[in-house]
Design a protein around this ligand. Structure first.
Ligand code: BES
Ligand code: ZN
Ligand code: ZN
Length: 492
């Protein structure tokens, strides 16, 4: 699929569908007025009749519009320009695009009201539009006989900034959109098809042809590494665990190495601390952290960023069997810490404990882990916000700034020391859960025991990585949050 930019106006750009983002400014800006005239005043009429209010995610569609070169025209509002941010823009644009990709082979054009271009710059809008055109057709219908959405055949962006800057922005947008697609496809894939071995195969396929070094550690390798915590979680499953290491070196070897560690529990039944059905139904998505890490490292390689980054995917299935780990078991983690198991459903932190200590010894100078770690974080922050647990304050601030730049929502959480004694065990160095209150923080403090002095931030994505129900801009299922923030973080 090709995405290009063009200085054609909204009335002269040829396309199956023209999408125009407009503010609620009245009277209309010059561009919208020009379009309205070509459409014989039908925008004015719709607004006057209250058929259309240009607020975020509101759509007005003219089929066989006439008077303009595009066949259909879709107007979408972004509301008041002062209050409109990138998140609103993305949601409005996705809402419009998703009504246009029911048919295959569509050529879509996108144009913006002048006030929007003034506020966000051509390059930002080009990246947003290219990302949205690429990612909007990818959704949860992996197993339907007929897919409900189709990739666009072509995209044209009505933007007239510096050509080279626009082309760079479009490339970045497409790569980001494809990273979102990879995350969504992995997270939406059921656990019967996506388990540690097949996840590792998909990582191998995604790394193909790129400047990436891939290493897959199997069960024997994990034994050799004495990863007693991760291996305990894996014991109940007939699917053996895997640790995938995927390294991108875009800078000299004496430059810092960032490690991204992803929780990759391909299914979380809870183990003997079994989940009720309504808590288990979405647990094929408990590998969203690993999927996001994989997609981010692949994007770094495709963007040829001048940095070094290594992804570590801790892949296991948390199941019940005669061989599964039990409550009261004492595990010896890779770094020698002994852990008494008080809840087999707090498995993610056991996996991360060993993978984090592996990443430290592997030479990472900074670490960020991504995990669908706790329901408590969703209670604290709701379903759309990523919890940021800043083991290192400065690194946490940089991550929050990156999220703001792309319109995703991050929020810092406390990391006070008084949470640590809540993890004391009567028989071992610690237990794997604390009391009910502050559950997201005790989980983070547990992880901190395994990173040593390395600057580290934990991101709890249990809420935002998955949507229980769909809406105008996204289907139910995987959301690909926070892959855009991570790519932006690497670019910064
Ligand atoms: N994978 C879950 C966390 C989760 C919950 C992710 C809801 C997405 C949506 C995790 O392994 C888990 O079960 N955590 C327990 C921890 C508890 C036993 C301390 C939880 O949150 O209940
Ligand atoms: Zn669990
Ligand atoms: Zn889990």
């Amino acid at each position: 699929m090709a995405i290009t930019h063009s200085s054609d106006s909204t009335t002269s750009v040829a396309a199956d569908v023209l999408i125009v983002l407009m503010t609620d400014q009245h009277p209309f800006s010059g561009g919208i007025q020009h379009l309205d005239e070509a459409l014989q005043g039908r925008i004015t009429a719709a607004v006057e009749r209250d058929d259309f209010d240009p607020q975020p995610k509101q759509l007005l569609t003219f089929f066989q519009a006439g008077g303009v070169a595009a066949t259909n025209v879709v107007l979408t509002g972004v509301g008041n320009i002062g209050e409109c941010d990138l998140r609103v823009m993305r949601q409005s644009l996705l809402a419009a695009l998703r009504t246009c990709c029911q048919h295959a082979d569509q050529k879509v054009a996108i144009a913006f009201d002048e006030a929007i271009i003034e506020k966000f710059s051509d390059a930002t809008l080009a990246e947003l539009a290219a990302d949205s055109i690429t990612s909007s057709p990818i959704d949860a219908d992996l197993y339907r006989k007929e897919r409900t959405r189709h990739a666009f055949a072509e995209g044209v962006l009505c933007l007239s900034g510096d050509a080279e800057a626009l082309n760079t922005a479009i490339t970045r947008g497409v790569i980001t959109g494809e990273a979102c697609g990879l995350v969504k496809d992995l997270v939406n894939c059921p656990a019967s098809d996506l388990y540690p071995e097949t996840f590792a195969d998909k990582a191998t396929a995604a790394a193909q042809g790129l400047n990436l070094e891939l290493q897959i550690l199997d069960e024997d390798d994990l034994q050799t590494e004495r990863m007693g915590a991760m291996l305990a979680v894996a014991k109940g499953s007939v699917r053996p665990p895997r640790l995938v290491k995927i390294a991108y070196r875009g800078a000299a070897s004496d430059q810092p190495m960032l490690g991204l560690v992803g929780k990759g529990v391909t299914f979380d039944s809870g183990g003997y601390s079994i989940k009720p059905s309504d808590g288990m139904i979405a647990m094929k998505s408990d590998m969203a952290g690993a999927a996001t890490v994989l997609a981010t490292v692949v994007a770094a390689a495709r963007l040829q960023l001048p940095i070094n980054v290594t992804g570590y995917l801790g892949l296991v299935e948390n199941m019940i069997s005669g061989n599964a780990y039990r409550l009261g078991d004492v595990l010896i983690a890779r770094n020698g810490t002994t852990i008494e198991v008080h809840n087999t459903d707090a498995e993610g932190r056991l996996v991360l404990a060993d993978v984090l200590s592996y990443a430290v010894d592997d030479g990472c100078t900074r670490l960020v882990d991504l995990a669908t770690l706790t329901g408590a974080c969703v209670v604290a922050l709701g379903e759309e916000i990523t919890g940021v647990f800043p083991g290192d304050r400065q690194l946490g601030d940089v991550l929050c700034a990156a999220s703001e730049a792309v319109g995703e929502l991050f929020w810092p959480m406390p990391m006070h020391e008084h949470f640590v004694p809540l993890l004391k065990s009567n028989v071992a160095d610690c237990k794997n859960v604390g009391p009910r209150w502050g559950g997201a923080v005790t989980a983070a403090k547990f992880l901190q025991k395994f990173v040593g002095e390395t600057p580290w931030v934990h991101l709890d994505i249990a809420g935002p990585s998955w949507a229980d129900s769909g809406n105008a801009w996204q289907d139910a299922g995987a959301t690909a949050v926070p892959v855009r923030s991570l790519i932006q973080f690497l670019e910064q």
